[in-house]
Design a protein around this ligand. Sequence first.
Ligand code: UD1
Ligand code: CA
Length: 451
Amino acid sequence: MASRSCLSIILAAGEGTRMKSALPKVLHKIAGLPMVAHVARSAEAAGAGDLALVIGHGADEMRKAAAKFAPRAESFVQDKRLGTAHAVLAARDAIARGYDDVLVMFGDTPLIEAGALTAAREKLAEGAAVVVLGFRTPNPTGYGRLIEADGKLAAIREEKDCSEQERRITFCNSGLMAIDGKHALKLLDAVGNANAKGEFYLTDIVAIAAAQGLDVFATEASFENALGINNRAELAEGEAIWQKRRRREAMLDGVTLVAPDTVFFAYDTEIGADAYIEPNVFFGPGVTVEGGAVIHAFSHIEGAEIGPGAEIGPFARLRPGADIAERAKIGNFCEVKKSTIEAGAKISHLSYIGDARVGADANIGAGTITCNYNGYTKSHTDIGRGAFIGSNSSLVAPVSIGDGGNVAAGSVITEDVPADALAFGRARQKTLPERGRMLRERLASAKKAAE
Ligand code: UD1
Ligand code: CA
């Protein structure tokens, strides 16, 4: 099959009115990635060749997004929405280049798995002219029904065009279709629009091919593969299914999830075996967690790298550019952004570390703040190996603390501290014997006199 060339066409011209959104429907995200990009990734994972995107509604936004998630894809604009066959023909020039296989997918069916695409292509390799991915559901309302005869597929009937009896069929069209490239244009050009909706239905090519004596088959996939997202409730349903799949995959790969239903992954989260994840953890895009790391409960993590044996949380927030090396510790109510925390360093309580380097084995006391922003520009804080920052200190960047440097608690540090120096950035304490009692007595009698 690898020797068969393939064009994957993703239909994404629809407006998706039921999302009630300014954003084109297929750009709504699941696990931090646009739905249509999930489809493109599955196509890529299946080795499904060149990619063509059919866009229409929100074409500019779609192009911009596609440049990121599928930079090699060609975009074709469908000006008017005249149906799914018409949409496929927007990519006529690509189809005409001549491919062995033409795969058609819907941008709003994000849970399609690479395996389903491969299975359909295998049938083409065996000689089928058209292969439709079907699924069974007790509630087929709204889906096209697969009408079989003699072990082959005879037709797909859209809900609105079904007879009473056909409507009871529970074997449905997922929307994924694989077409033998030598027949594709001829079949698509034969589609008319004499139906209930007056649209050019892609599904009509099944009956057209069958009438020409070509072989048409249905393959079967799970309902999840076929889930079409039309509104935000279905988007949440899609997210839930995706997360469930990913959690299972992580656990089977050796990651402990104490309460899997409460951990949320992004499309690209990478987690090594023997990572240990407590309940209620959220991963945004761009996170790598190495084996042996522990993520405690209620941590929110995005764009971060977490080294082996590091410990994060509970209640930690790691933002983009947080690079946490092996055995480092980020404790409760700490936020780290765009900073490198070197091996074994500890930031245990209530700190903000931004635009900084914290050297190996340094200890950052509770309530330490790197003052990295003056309202206009960001500046860097450099903290050396083995440095000790006393609690409740403000490090006003740009500033550096040398290796082994020691900052007294409660300091506001505005000047560099050399290696091994001790810096006090606070007023010296004055202690007045007996004056506490005197003050108390004076205040008490003043209050009494006023009553
Ligand atoms: C379609 C199928 C139906 C199947 C169902 C699965 C047809 C005629 N019907 O119905 O058999 O069970 O999907 O979810 O194919 N699109 C365009 N341009 C158009 C029309 C559609 O790009 O002119 C895109 C849409 O953006 C969407 C996809 O094609 O991504 C499917 O279109 P939609 O109108 O949702 O088809 P359904 O009525 O759901
Ligand atoms: Ca649909």
